[in-house]
Design a protein around this ligand. Structure first.
Ligand code: NAP
Ligand code: F7E
Length: 338
């Protein structure tokens, strides 16, 4: 049975990746942080699945800032594949805590790579790189585009991206960086703009909220559907040759367009509810991100399927349903593993 080690398993991508790998028959180890409240809402449903009850999902405590623990875990688990998805992933928060973001998103990756090199150098390693690294480079962006990051988050990811490439070249490790453009879902964290909007739409529809405060409505992004992107990560680690890949839809829309679509889906007029709050403006903004994923299409046979409008609609529908059912923050779908 192949063994995978996922950091960031409690996050949006980690939960979808765990589902994918369990469905493929992997033994999955997930790194979780100790928290004073439960932090496993996105993966709790996996324990209820009869096919996972054979303990193919194992959660272990650790932190990217604890190198000794990472080393000990990898020495014990000896995984075949490692997916490093853990990060302080919020761009605006990175302006408030640049040092902490660098500790996890930059140096945390070095800690992990050093442990892999020492105890399981044959393992295949995936680093969660980001389109934010392109920053102010003109769109569309691909693997050869100049990286001009515009936030502490993006700069930390850039360091990790180059470190991953350096371990590949210096030590011959199968270490790759996926340069992923924004990808969303009903499990998206509630402070990222798409989910903030769709949750607000549901609350406004239910009469539980009246106003939604946002920042820059002119920013343009290439938004895809998260479950398709974790499939791309897995394909990168199955390739014959380790290479970095962009994953994106190629379609670009503004935050305003997302707002319009989401409110319209629920039969609401966004102009009656949305207000601008300068607190949500960033010190330096990335104006437009639009990816060219043709290398992934050619080498990996990967292509985004879900279109912008479908994505907005499915997220609104999930939040409307959650609101009606009085459910918590995340969609819980029990998948069946065969
Ligand atoms: P997310 O939902 O915010 O999840 C982040 C995960 O990292 C959580 O499991 C979190 O644990 C964990 N984490 C944070 N700090 C940690 C630390 N010091 N040690 C161990 N775990 C830690 O993010 P996501 O959207 O799934 O994104 C996954 C990865 O892809 C991230 O690296 C992100 O930067 C990158 N990325 C995301 C996108 C996107 O559009 N989603 C695009 C490009 C790249 P807790 O639950 O305990 O907080
Ligand atoms: O912002 C604007 C904001 O926080 C998108 C992360 O997954 O993707 C994500 O980073 C845009 C920005 O995502 C609000 O200024 C307006 O232009 O949803 P976001 P992001 O910054 O693009 C990349 C690829 C990652 O790697 C990251 O981990 O929306 N915006 N008003 C707002 N954004 C937020 N969060 N909140 C607002 O009220």
């Amino acid at each position: 049975m192949p063994t995978a080690f996922i950091t960031g398993i409690t996050g949006q991508d980690g939960s979808y990746l765990a589902e994918l790998l369990l469905a493929k028959g992997y033994l999955v180890y997930g790194l979780i942080r100790r928290s004073s409240t439960f932090n496993t809402a996105r993966i709790d449903h996996l324990y209820q699945d009869p096919h996972v009850k054979d303990y193919r999902l194992r959660l272990v405590y650790g932190d990217l800032n604890d190198g000794a623990r990472l080393h000990a875990l990898l020495a014990e688990i000896k995984p075949d594949e490692i997916y490093n998805l853990a990060a302080q992933a919020h761009v605006q928060v990175s302006f408030e805590m640049p040092e902490g973001t660098g500790q996890t998103d930059a140096l945390g990756v070095t800690r992990l790579l050093e442990s892999v090199r020492a105890v399981c150098p044959a393992a295949r390693f995936y680093q969660a790189g980001s389109s934010e690294m392109f920053g102010s480079s003109p769109a569309p962006q691909n693997e050869d585009t100049t990286l001009l990051p515009r936030s502490p988050y993006a700069i930390a990811k850039l360091y990790a991206h180059h470190m991953t490439r350096n371990y590949r070249e210096a030590y011959g490790m199968f270490a790759v960086s996926g340069i992923l453009f924004n990808h969303e879902s009903p499990r998206r964290g509630a402070t990222f703009v798409t989910r903030k909007i769709t949750r607000a739409v549901a609350a406004i529809k239910a009469g539980a909220q009246d106003k939604l405060f946002l920042g820059n409505l002119d920013a343009r992004r290439d938004w895809g559907f998260a479950p398709e992107y974790v499939e791309g990560m897995w394909r990168m680690l199955q390739a014959t040759t380790p290479r970095d890949y962009v994953l994106a839809t190629g379609e670009v829309h503004s935050v305003r367009e997302f707002v319009e679509r989401a409110f319209a889906r629920a039969g609401l007029d966004w102009q009656q509810h949305v207000e601008i709050d300068p607190r949500y403006l960033r010190p330096t903004e990335v104006d437009v991100l639009q990816g060219d994923a043709s290398r992934a299409a050619k080498d990996l046979g990967w292509k985004a399927q879900t279109r912008f409008h479908e994505l907005a609609d499915l997220m609104v529908d999930a939040d409307l349903q959650a609101q009606q059912q009085g459910r918590g923050e995340f969609e819980v779908v029990t998948r069946h593993f065969t």
